[in-house]
Design a protein. Sequence first.
Length: 272
Amino acid sequence: MENISPTSWVSEPKRSWTEWAVIRMLKVGPIPRHVAFIMDGNRRFARQVHKDTLEGHSKGFEKLTEVLSWCRDLGITEVTVYAFSIENFKRSKAEVDGLLKLSEEKFELLIKEIEKLNNYGIRIRVIGRIELLTQKLQKLIAEAVLTTKNNDKYCLNLALAYTSREEITTASSDILEGCKTGRLLPQDVTEELLEQCLYTEGRRDPDLLIRTSGEVRLSDFLLWQSSLTHLFFHKGTMATNINMARFCSRVSLPASPSFTLTLTSRRHKTTS
């Protein structure tokens, strides 16, 4: 079993011989370079164990650090996590305030671990409407992004105050403004131009998107970027319960480009 520290962004677990053998076998085949996560189910977990909602979110963070260690060991170089949706602002004030406070605490921890992140070559990027967050959180995000910007071995993208519709709307508005001012001509407007105006500009699209808790929807997350992404929805598995075996069983990708949607025990696959 892994000994995961709940107080570190960069967990350094001691793996068994069997775990390393599985990792080595998986790395022989096609492994996704970029995996996106919707780590869902923290509130339901808290209700099941009769704990406060924020404790559920805190446990979700601990599991996230564990998942990130699996990704590094497997050679997955980029991860994007749906950390906080713009829609989350519609929750109760107590929960929103608690989530923002928790985010501040985790970014303060991240700043303390900058040296460790730099040693591992981990770059932090944050996408979304950062100005909607607290001033303190904005400053912490800026420091984390700036102090890791030259790291190029791994990239952790955190979607905060994000929805895909807002991202696409903002990109479209920027293009419209360019046309109005004469900096762009109508024939300049292409898919490539829109992609350059997205928050994820310059990044690889996800090869695999995993959602826990059994919800079968993307919840306005990376809609443009996931058009050719393999999708997997973990039925009945909440974020806090996902384990290495379940994760490893989903990261071996088909050799040919395809779109795969797995619902319970049924699989629908269209090859493009």
